[in-house]
Ligand binder design. Structure first.
Ligand SMILES: [Zn+2]
Length: 209
């Protein structure tokens, strides 16, 4: 049967089809299933994007057949999802994977919550782009500009991306210690486009254990 799947960042409650909280979009208790269902007349399934991607990897990706799988998503939002034995773990009100404010060792970035070095403050694309703007690399908020500058050989862009990849590896290491999954999928723009960033990320995960 035809239906609509909606994958969103932030805190998404699958059971009620609601985006409970997405601070960057300014959304609070938005009944996405109801709204999209009313417009389309179709059944609507709503879930957090980190969990939706875990399902995609499990069903179609290289992680197929893996008995336990962790996905760490590092974009503007930073969150995680964990699946074991063909089940993505949601927990009460689908709050599992809300890791935005876990403290990251070595983090220096002030967070909206009042603390310093929270995962999301440290790793978000906003932070990367702000550092890139401070270095005169870009005047925008698109992380692909930093990736492009690095591809053109800009040493500062390369350094910013390597730093972020290392810190992402550190975050992945934290989650690995807690969950011990068979496979890990990391979504992070530097590691997606650059072999040196992927290597830095891997090395940091390895250094943790
Ligand atoms: Zn915080």
């Amino acid at each position: 049967p035809l239906g609509v799947g909606v994958a969103v960042g932030g805190w998404v409650d699958r059971d009620s089809g609601t985006v409970v909280e997405h601070p960057l979009l300014g959304w609070r208790d938005v009944p996405v299933r109801e709204l999209v269902g009313a417009r389309t007349g179709l059944p609507v399934h709503v879930d957090g994007h980190a969990r939706a991607l875990v399902d995609a990897e499990r069903l179609f990706g290289r992680a197929r057949g893996s008995r336990s799988l962790l996905h760490l998503f590092v974009g503007n939002v930073v969150d995680a999802a964990f699946a074991t034995h063909d089940q993505v773990h949601h927990g009460p009100r689908s709050q599992a994977g809300a890791i935005a404010h876990l403290p990251l060792a070595g983090g220096t970035e002030p967070c909206d919550c009042g603390r310093t070095g929270c995962l999301q403050a440290e790793l978000s694309e906003r932070t990367l782009c702000r550092r890139a703007r401070a270095a005169g690399l870009t005047d925008g908020t698109n992380p692909m500009h930093v990736v492009a500058a690095a591809a053109d050989g800009d040493a500062v862009a390369v350094r910013l991306l390597l730093e972020r990849a290392r810190m992402t590896g550190r975050a992945a290491g934290l989650l690995l210690d807690v969950l011990n999954p068979e496979s890990v999928v990391v979504t992070e723009v530097g590691a997606m486009f650059r072999a040196d960033c992927l290597a830095a990320l891997r090395a940091e995960v390895g250094a943790e254990r």
